[in-house]
Every structure is written in C-alpha cells, then in structure tokens.
Write a protein that binds this ligand. Structure first.
Ligand code: SF4
Ligand code: SF4
Length: 80
C-alpha cells in the first residue's frame, strides 16, 4: 500500500522537467497545461512506482533523486 508520495509545489516549480528526466521509474511526465505562474508543471502519473512510496513513515528513504535535483526545491512528500 502506498503511504507517502511525492508532490510538486506549483508555487515554486518552473517547469524545467529535470525531475521527469531523472526519475528512474518514470513517475513524472511532462505537463500540458500552464500553472497560474505560466509554467508547465510536470504531472505525477505513476506515484505507486516511486521507490520511496512504499516505505513506512519514518523509514530510511531509498531514492529521493527528484527532491535533490530540483533547482527550485519544489518537490516534497505528503502522506496519502
Ligand atoms: S525539477 Fe523541480 S522545478 Fe523542475 S519541473 Fe521538476 S518540480 Fe519543477
Ligand atoms: S524518489 Fe526517486 S523513484 Fe521516487 S519519484 Fe523521486 S526520483 Fe522517482
């Protein structure tokens, strides 16, 4: 069961798509519509494939590549 998932904060994302390129299991896809700030925000399409999605809250993370590479610190975690 998925207990946590990544989220993209549209307030900070500038649509560079680095997260789309770097995720090894293709959780993100390029977006198609503009955010309120005029950026095309990626869409989380396969949240259940995320290597960190199945961990228990508090368990050590396995990947988090997207969180580290986002230049605008727009990616974080939320509980489902
Ligand atoms: S890497 Fe960050 S700023 Fe770039 S598209 Fe992904 S969430 Fe947005
Ligand atoms: S933590 Fe890793 S597997 Fe999960 S969405 Fe980010 S890059 Fe993909």
């Amino acid at each position: 069961m998925t207990r946590v998932r990544t989220k993209i904060d549209e307030k900070y994302c500038k649509g560079c798509n680095i997260c789309v390129a770097i995720c090894p299991v293709k959780v993100y896809v390029e977006g198609e519509s503009l955010s309120s700030r005029g950026y095309t925000i990626p869409v989380i399409r396969r949240a259940e494939e995320c290597m960190d999605a199945k961990r228990e809250p508090g368990e050590k993370k396995k990947c988090e590549l997207c969180v580290y590479v986002c230049p605008d610190q727009a990616i974080g975690w939320e509980n489902e």
